[in-house]
Write a protein that binds this ligand. Structure first.
Ligand code: GLV
Length: 320
């Protein structure tokens, strides 16, 4: 019986999601919305059957090993799952699920917002109009055009491809690197590069869409920035640690990189303060999936996964 199952919801998710969870389960909510520390998480998990967590929760091996035996599933309200040690969960027989698919379009929209905001100097424009704008001039805040430029997409999964669809409509030429080459139907005319380094060499605009893993951590470092063509624009909607912040900040300051559009940060919410002094860094506070429709869909997907677990079925988005 689902109604007897107890779930811990670790952050304040949208009302529609809470209402559905309450209609199905006995729920413990985090009304303060402060991320739990490890000890608090372990304490609150006592007697629960599942945890609905988010990317702000540390679900590393040390936490998972201390969870009570009653926990049989962790459903994360995110597509990214680098905050969960899947191997530790597997060893304990805990099912882990995520929410792919439902946030593809919203996140690709934000990638385009960042491409436009960075290349058209939206941050400086907003600051100018709030300050001492003295009127139009022929050379004021000239940015970079997207038309005919090459957009390099690192990681051509659902979100990378949705970004490509949008960028094509702006006249960009799409290039990509992915672990495996896509079929011609999915490529839709995009040019495949066999290595990330080859992709960098043609990326007038570079958009990062790869998951964070030991292979991608600090991928965009000084050496790789040096491979980019002159005046490149760097966009990140994936995970902050894919970029070596010190290297990118130095490149933004020297002009080696023309502009960056960033929605995610290493160590967020405490981003490297160097970005705040770079007027050519257009920054957003990790709101890639932040639409009402998308956040509801993420919560419903997490609950669909738990419903399946407790009905003895295979959850649609099972990671382990
Ligand atoms: C958002 O960043 C997610 O992984 O869902």
């Amino acid at each position: 019986m689902l109604g007897q199952k107890k779930i811990l919801i670790t952050r304040n998710v949208p009302d529609a999601v809470i209402n559905r969870a309450r209609a199905t389960y006995q729920t413990t909510l985090n009304n303060d919305d402060e991320p739990y520390g490890a000890d608090q998480m372990i304490e609150l998990a006592q007697g629960k059957d599942a945890i609905l967590c988010t990317l702000t929760n540390d679900m590393s091996r040390t936490v998972i090993e201390r969870l009570p035996n009653s926990i049989c599933a962790i459903a994360t309200f995110s597509v990214g799952y680098e905050h969960i040690d899947l191997e530790a969960a597997r060893e304990r027989g805990i099912i882990v699920t995520n929410t792919p698919g439902v946030l593809t379009e919203a996140t690709a929209d934000v990638a385009l917002l960042l491409i436009l905001g960075a290349s058209r100097r939206a941050r400086e424009g907003a600051e100018m109009i709030a300050g001492d704008w003295s009127g139009w001039t022929p050379t004021q805040l000239m940015g970079l055009s997207m038309q005919t430029k090459r957009l390099g997409i690192l990681g051509m999964g659902d979100i990378g491809r949705a970004c490509a669809v949008r960028a094509r409509a702006f006249g960009m030429e799409i290039h990509y690197h992915n672990r495996t080459r896509l079929s011609p139907e999915l490529e839709e005319g995009a040019t495949y590069h066999g290595s990330a380094e080859e992709l960098l060499k043609v990326s007038d605009f570079l958009s990062l869409h790869c998951p964070l893993s030991p292979d991608t951590k600090y991928f965009l470092n000084e050496e790789r920035i040096a491979l980019l063509p002159p005046n490149p624009v760097v966009i990140n909607t994936s995970r902050g640690p894919v970029i070596d912040d010190e290297a990118l900040i130095a490149a933004l300051k020297s002009g080696r990189v023309a502009a960056a559009g960033l929605d995610v940060f290493d160590g967020e919410p405490k981003l490297n303060p160097g970005y705040l002094n770079c007027k050519n860094a257009f920054l957003l506070p990790h709101l890639g999936s932040a639409t009402i429709e998308t956040r509801n869909a993420m919560g419903f997907t997490a609950l669909d996964n738990l419903d399946a677990v407790f009905s003895g079925e295979e959850p649609p988005n099972k990671l382990v």
